[in-house]
Design a protein. Structure first.
Length: 168
């Protein structure tokens, strides 16, 4: 598993972050939008994004969506709806801007299994969603941990987040 130690994730690609210091490094609190606002923006993408000098869009609320859905519905939602929005963002900005999902509890709920090489999200109860397969599909090996001033995060939970250069 690769470790991203520079700030490329703040300017391009798709990231899942949970470290508050990583969040404030690229956005002010009032620049973070809700998932509902993200859906509305997808109908008419702005010329300039609200964060990181116009290079990033930070979206909160994915955790809530995952938590209220049954596991099968959550998997369908990630594959069908969330990926579609990510693709639309990437197409609109030609991968020259970052889409960052703020997941405050991600440090304790996002995991990587060495034995299966699978990234998963721990839902409510004993539920685990294979987020790596659902979100990144065959390109999950390109995902990298974001090491934000942590001097070499050894595990996903020790990282500030996860970065993927381009979901396809």
């Amino acid at each position: 598993m690769k470790i991203r130690q520079n700030d490329t994730w703040t300017r391009r690609g798709c990231s899942l972050i949970w470290d508050p210091n990583a969040l404030i490094s690229c956005a002010k609190p009032d620049e973070v939008i809700s998932f509902r606002e993200f859906i509305a923006l997808s109908r008419n993408w702005p010329d300039e994004l609200p964060s990181n000098d116009g290079y990033a869009l930070i979206v909160a609320g994915v955790e809530g969506c995952l938590d209220v859905l049954e596991p099968d519905d959550a998997q369908t939602w990630i594959e069908r709806d969330l990926r579609k929005l990510i693709f639309a963002f990437q197409d609109e900005y030609q991968n020259d801007c970052a889409l960052i999902f703020w997941l405050p509890s991600g440090g304790t709920r996002f995991d990587y299994s060495l034995s299966t090489e699978e990234y998963s999200w721990k839902g409510s109860g004993q539920t685990e969603l294979p987020v790596g397969r659902l979100l990144w599909a065959g390109a999950r090996s390109d995902a990298e941990r974001i090491d934000f001033a942590r001097n070499g995060a050894s595990l996903v939970r020790d990282a500030a987040g996860m970065y993927h250069p381009r979901i396809s």
